[in-house]
Design a binder for this molecule. Structure first.
Ligand code: GAL
Length: 625
């Protein structure tokens, strides 16, 4: 399998003279695929039902003549102005019932019948026209679903929400699940139910949670609508849609992944945050894990972006280090936004592979050198013995405000545990509620506020797995109802304890072995678990902070607080092969290949067990050994 290398290509912004130059420089850069037609709709369909494919035909031919494959986009992420103007159900509506107007992009309601109708028609036209084109190697549906507008509250959404609910519950069950006896919210007819629009005070959390599920499904149905049309004509052409990073909360990617042939995502690490390489590495692991298959980094900036308040350049070599990180985590495609930096439009200060300064720039030189390197290497097969559980329902439910503490952020919890493995170069997979767990030595569950499948976790431990669970877990079932038998009650036997309450910590607490807890403290009543750490200050002094319990053939660990530094705790629990390296130097060992990446802007030495001499890496250098 070769590595895919290329970019979003937006030649509609340029005259044809430039297209010819583009072909020449794409070859110089070893580009082998472009994402074409991402925002092409208003050119393809200048008025309703009248199509003009002449420019796209020409481009497909040109790319074919130059041996460049096409990931052809369906162009449905930005509808033409005439369409938004003509059908007023298309524009989305916010919680205050204000229209979100056109004039930018991605401004459509996923449940708009007119948007759906025009999308269907356009996609059918595209697939019929290009299905046999030799350049067509992949379909790219829409662009970053839920970016900019992640939720709509209009009347069409209200109708579809009611249908979504009717498919799942009777009114009686719905009232029961949402606990509508609280604050006089009982429903006697589905028609009384409206989206969580602006209200006087807090919404019903059950409704809010179901609305998030519904919105993720609404965008997914839209995606599936296109997928079905494409697959009916081109069953063998893989289909992708580009996901966003790990902190993209609106879409349940684990559910989406089932109808996606190739996972791809857009990587824009924040250069102002020193956790950037780790955040990126986490998302690569997430994306690979979604289908347990190689994935594509569909977009990254060749240099700086334009859309944060301060947009520093990538340092010399940094972009290449990030690109290699994708390969090291099981990616098979490195692509950019975008090929040529725009002269006009909202992104004219966003870098391109060919920047405003042209082909004699550092950026283009780096792009060419990376392209050349990628022709020499093959994707790796990534394997991990440790898994971290992630669950979108749990994320959505945990962060409903007002909760006990806004400090209990779901992704912070995940990052706290993930960083332990990242820092020690221990490979990690991300798993989901329906994943097969049997082949993992350790299952790490940083938070499981919403516990949907306790039996599965019990079975995992019973069969010999080692389960490590973080605080504020086992609180509610999948309808967000608190377990009436007590927190953690579904897994009491597995952990050998009861959780009888919690404290939100305003101050730090001391814990045995000179450790410190913060933000949260579960009140644990130990049954037959062993106590590994106790609190040494505060009013839970001498009570268990961390426990261990042998159950079946396995072991479970409960960590009842958020540690300022969790490393000593996990060191005591986890025993897998790790590799020492300086901070932000990644070492990935798969089969017999080491990939070393220095994400620092200074040189670092790595001492590997099997090597006599230390390996010296210059700033941002990577090495494959
Ligand atoms: C992505 C988007 C691209 C481009 C890029 C700029 O989110 O998919 O179209 O806008 O950001 O960084």
């Amino acid at each position: 399998m070769k590595i895919i290398y290329g970019a979003d290509y937006n030649p509609e912004q340029w005259d044809k003279r430039i297209w010819i130059e583009d072909m020449k420089y794409m070859k110089a850069a070893s580009v082998n695929m472009v994402n074409l037609n991402i925002f092409g709709w208003s050119i393809l369909e200048p008025s309703e039902g009248k199509y003009d494919f002449s420019m796209l035909d020409e481009l497909m031919e040109l790319l074919h003549e130059n041996d460049i494959d096409v990931d052809l986009a369906t162009a449905t992420a930005a509808q033409p102005a005439w369409l938004s103007k003509k059908y007023n159900d298309i524009l989305p509506v916010d919680q205050q019932m204000n229209t979100i107007w056109y004039g930018s992009r991605q401004s459509y309601c996923p449940n708009s019948p007119n948007y759906q109708k025009r999308v269907k028609e356009l996609v059918a036209q595209l697939v019929k026209r290009y299905k046999n084109h030799p350049s067509l190697k992949m379909w790219h549906i829409n662009n970053e679903y839920s970016d900019h507008v992640s939720s709509c509250y209009c009347d069409n959404c209200a109708i579809e929400f009611r249908n979504w609910l009717k498919d799942r519950y009777t009114l009686q069950v719905l009232n029961e699940r949402w606990g509508t006896a609280f604050w006089s919210q009982c429903y006697y007819d589905f028609d009384e139910i409206i989206p969580p629009r602006q209200t006087s005070a807090d919404h019903n959390p059950g409704l809010v949670l179901d609305y998030k599920r519904f919105m993720s499904d609404s965008f997914l149905n839209l995606y599936k609508m296109e997928y079905k049309i494409l697959k009916s004509h081109t069953p063998d052409i893989p289909v992708t849609t580009n996901f966003m990073g790990n902190d993209n909360k609106p879409l349940d990617y684990s559910k989406w992944a089932k109808t996606i042939d190739v996972i791809s995502w857009d990587s824009y690490p924040d250069p102002m945050k020193d956790t950037s390489p780790m955040a990126n590495s986490f998302t690569h692991d997430l994306m690979r894990s979604l289908k347990s298959k190689p994935f594509i980094m569909m977009e990254q900036a060749p240099n700086q972006v334009n859309w944060r308040s301060i947009n520093p350049n990538k340092k010399p070599g940094e972009m290449e280090a990030y690109s290699m990180q994708c390969i090291a985590h099981g990616g098979f495609g490195v692509m950019f936004f975008q090929w040529r930096q725009s002269l006009k439009g909202a992104e004219k200060f966003h870098s391109g592979m060919i920047p405003h300064g042209g082909v004699h720039t550092r950026t283009f030189k780096e792009v060419c050198s990376l392209g050349e390197q990628l022709t020499q290497i093959k994707p790796i097969e990534y394997k991990a013995d440790v898994a971290i559980l992630m669950d979108y329902d749990c994320w959505w439910a945990l962060e409903y405000e007002p909760g006990p503490s806004s400090k209990m952020k779901y992704m912070d919890r995940i990052r706290e545990y993930y960083s332990y493995f990242y820092d020690q170069n221990i490979p990690v997979d991300i798993v989901f509620d329906d994943s097969n767990l049997c082949c993992y030595d350790y299952l790490i569950v940083p938070n499981l506020y919403m516990m949907k499948s306790p039996d599965k976790l019990q079975e995992y431990v019973q069969n010999g797995g080692q389960l490590v669970m973080g605080p504020f877990s086992g609180i509610v079932d999948e309808s967000d109802t608190v377990f009436s038998d007590g927190y953690m009650s579904p897994l009491e036997d597995v952990f050998g304890l009861k959780v009888v309450g919690y404290n939100v910590l305003a101050d730090l607490v001391s814990i045995s072995s000179d450790l410190i807890g913060q933000n949260w403290q579960d009140e644990i009543d130990v049954d037959n678990a062993e106590i590994l750490y106790v609190y040494e200050s505060g009013y839970n002094t001498d009570q268990a902070a961390v426990t261990k319990h042998k159950y079946g053939k396995g072991t479970s660990y409960y960590i009842g607080t958020s540690f300022v530094n969790i490393k000593p705790v996990l060191d005591r629990i986890i025993s897998v092969t790790s590799i020492d390296s300086p901070q932000n130097v990644e070492v990935i060992l798969m089969e017999n290949t080491y990939i070393l990446i220095n994400h620092n802007d200074e040189k670092k030495e790595v001492h590997l067990d099997n090597f006599i001499e230390p390996i010296l890496l210059e700033a941002y250098e990577y090495r494959i050994i």
